[in-house]
Design a protein around this ligand. Structure first.
Ligand SMILES: [Zn+2]
Length: 120
């Protein structure tokens, strides 16, 4: 888990080529798990600081804080099975899917984002 990891995202309607790269946080005093960069098409590359929190009833929220503009924070909600089901970004509201949700599915599948078991 110390090395950068990368993968592909499923094509969306607007971008056939989409990919992500993950850089884990080296400094353990940093609160975030690491930085993900999402690349869509040839020009669009956006980096986010990523963290995860429990939101109760076995659900989690994976937080994406945009590095260039920390006022932009999106949360992807995961159900108790660890499946990303929703994101609060405008794109998800409009299209029912988004790069944050797709990337969250990848980060969970690669065991990059740990979903903490619920505390009973
Ligand atoms: Zn989103």
């Amino acid at each position: 888990m110390c090395l950068p990891v990368a993968g592909l995202l499923p094509a969306s309607r607007s971008h056939a080529a989409r990919r992500w790269t993950w850089q884990p946080t080296r400094d353990c005093t940093q609160p975030a798990l690491g930085t993900v960069t999402i690349v869509q098409g040839r020009r669009e590359a956006v980096s986010y600081s990523v963290d995860v929190e429990s939101i109760g009833r076995g659900c989690h929220q994976v937080l994406f804080v945009k590095l260039a503009d920390s006022a932009e924070v999106y949360g992807v909600t995961c159900d108790p099975a660890g499946v990303p089901v929703a994101c609060n970004c405008p794109g998800h509201g409009r299209h029912g899917h988004c790069k944050h949700r797709d990337t969250t599915a990848e980060l969970i599948a690669e065991d990059i984002v740990p979903l903490i078991p619920p505390v009973c």
